[in-house]
Design a protein around this ligand. Structure first.
Ligand SMILES: NC(=O)c1ccc[n+]([C@@H]2O[C@H](COP(=O)([O-])OP(=O)(O)OC[C@H]3O[C@@H](n4cnc5c(N)ncnc54)[C@H](O)[C@@H]3O)[C@@H](O)[C@H]2O)c1
Length: 290
């Protein structure tokens, strides 16, 4: 599959990062969003990210300028589809929206274009059913912030072809990422492992076995994780983690039952860094105390 142009639909947190990675990988990149102001913000953000990359010596100023030039915007999904050999959607996590988009992809995309979704949890197979080309439908799960995070989980849905997986591997690698392939299943690899580690840490804290600081320290220094489970959940959001656990509990069973202390903190509005208080408290200078 000869991929020259990547279309990215949705220019929010993830879409703009994915467009940055695509342009960095040498692809002509077309970014589209229903909200023109999001598109303008995203192109500004991408230009600044390349500028900073050049300042840090990640690429030369000439390479940065060339990469910025590779990014164009489109004013409709139809226009983005016309040119793209590989489409990645990063619209909000609502199935209705994704299904509408896959219907448009099927109608307007080139016959051999890969139709990828950046969904964190929704069924790619269900999206693929909206099209007459389910073999080209696949998950490309990027991580936030995209420029810094090295992994992409490639999600193989029920009818995804080997050729599509190979195209995703190539695109991911050219974007400078490491890739893994996982069969479609709740939480893929990363959210599933992470949810269990986080839940276990809450169970230990609830039982009074150790302080939050010591649990984080043990996991960082003893297991070589870059962040402790409480530092991580405060960053992700306790509400987001609770929703993931509820979903995994519903779909995969008892071992994912959300911990009661986590539920209590969410009910109290202690959602993490974004509310100034999660497991830890955050002042203007960062973390104060637990
Ligand atoms: N934020 C994360 O940490 C993260 C990580 C991995 C995966 N994801 C997944 O990525 C996807 C996007 O998440 P996000 O955090 O970037 O969301 P976001 O809300 O920051 O951005 C979504 C963008 O999509 C646009 N949009 C809405 N409907 C559209 C449509 N019909 N056509 C075109 N654009 C449309 C919105 O205007 C917005 O700019 C979700 O599926 C999410 O689950 C998010």
């Amino acid at each position: 599959m000869d991929v020259k142009t990547i279309g990215v639909i949705g220019a929010g947190t993830m879409g703009r990062g994915i467009a940055y990675a695509a342009a960095l990988g040498g692809y002509r990149t077309i970014l589209e969003d229903v909200m023109p102001e999001m598109l303008a913000k995203a192109t500004g953000w991408i230009a600044q990210a390349f500028d900073e990359g050049a300042k840090r010596g990640k690429l030369t100023p000439e390479e940065a300028a060339a990469a910025v030039k590779r990014v164009a915007t489109a004013s409709s999904v139809e226009d983005a589809c016309r040119e793209a050999d590989f489409l990645i959607e990063a619209v909000p996590e609502e199935m209705e929206l994704k299904l509408e988009l896959y219907t448009l992809f099927d109608k307007f995309a080139k016959p051999n274009a890969v139709l990828a979704s950046n969904t964190s949890s929704l069924s790619i197979s269900e999206m693929a059913e909206m099209t007459f080309r389910p073999e080209l439908c696949v998950g490309m799960h990027f991580f936030n912030p995209v420029p810094k995070m090295r992994l992409i989980e490639i999600v193989r849905a029920a009818k995804t072809s080997d050729k599509t997986i190979a195209a995703c591997r190539e695109v991911g690698t050219r974007m400078g990422k490491e890739v893994v392939v996982v069969k479609e299943s709740p939480g893929f690899i990363t959210s599933r492992v992470n949810a269990l580690i986080g839940n276990e840490a809450f169970a230990m804290l609830e039982a009074g076995l150790a302080s939050a600081e010591d649990i984080d320290k043990a996991v960082k220094l003893g297991l070589n994780h870059p962040m402790g489970p409480f530092e991580m959940v405060d960053l992700v959001g306790l509400d987001v983690r609770l929703r993931i656990l509820e979903y995994l509990h519903e779909t995969l069973g008892e071992k994912y039952r959300p911990n009661e202390l986590l539920k209590k903190l969410v009910a109290e509005g202690r959602l993490g860094r974004k509310t100034g208080r999660g497991v830890y408290e955050y002042g203007q200078e960062g973390r104060d105390k637990s």
